[in-house]
Design a protein around this ligand. Structure first.
Ligand code: F6R
Length: 241
């Protein structure tokens, strides 16, 4: 595993964007697995800035996102589709049909998961997967205790995840209780993984994930078994590693 320690959030974002953009430059038609959440926002901002300077071309890139809330429309400002549009897709020259986010409004979510798996396979798998880590160690919405062998599936969100994400909703009751998420198996099949972490609040879980035992109780710990992981974090998030 490669680890980059940066001084602060801004430097972390820039380093992560460097790694993604190097991949896009070397492999213009690559498949990027993308994450939402607060951590990668600065990275996306940096990628947009480099695109606007003509340093990046996304015209052949395909993206496939980790997860989406069940029940939220793409236009809902807390849906992950909306997040991706406003933070990245609306500002770069990616072809809209080449961006995939699970369908939160699918009448049959299980069927939507099967279709999503088919999409991942038909794209030839994920070249580089970007991941954040939840305070409970989740990756995507794979909560502690989740089976390792799943691909995209429907999950019930942990109470701690509902708590953490309620900061984005008017009321805790508004946070969806379920999500569609790529599974640990889908994530582990990505050829490269880029993990971004920031802030002191993540230091404990980062230590548990990368210096503790590999256990389903800390889903991110499985990444220790992946052959090509790059961890980019600011000093605060990596302080206990
Ligand atoms: C987002 C996702 C989540 C987040 C994690 C960390 O698509 O799948 O696993 O990466 O919850 O979120 P932040 O970055 O907000 O701390």
């Amino acid at each position: 595993m490669k680890i980059y320690v940066t001084e602060n959030y801004q430097a972390m974002s820039r380093k992560a964007a460097n790694i993604v953009s190097a991949h896009v430059i070397l492999y213009p038609s690559c498949v990027l697995g993308l994450a939402t959440g607060s951590t990668p926002v600065g990275m996306y901002r940096q990628l947009v800035a480099w695109y606007q300077k003509d340093d990046l071309d996304f015209s052949q890139v395909k993206t496939i996102n980790l997860d989406e809330y069940v029940g939220l429309a793409p236009t809902h400002d807390q849906s992950y589709r909306y997040f991706m549009q406003t933070n990245l897709f609306d500002h770069i020259n990616i072809v809209p049909a080449n961006t995939y986010v699970p369908d939160g409004l699918a009448p049959d979510p299980e069927e939507a998961c099967r279709r999503y798996n088919d999409i991942i396979h038909s794209l030839g798998g994920i070249d580089m997967q970007v991941l954040g880590i939840g305070h409970n160690g989740h990756i995507g919405f794979n909560e502690p205790g989740e089976a390792y062998e799943l691909e995209t599936h429907v999950v019930d969100l942990a109470e701690s995840t509902i708590d953490a994400n309620s900061r984005f909703f008017a009321r805790r009751e508004d946070v969806p209780r379920q999500a569609l998420t790529m599974g640990i198996k889908s994530i582990m099949q990505a050829r490269r993984i880029l993990v971004v972490v920031s802030g002191e609040g993540k230091a404990g879980i980062v230590r548990a994930a990368f210096a503790g035992p590999v256990t389903p109780q800390v889903p991110a710990s499985i990444l220790q078994l992946h052959p090509d992981v790059t961890l980019v974090g600011d000093r605060a998030a990596l302080s206990k590693l």
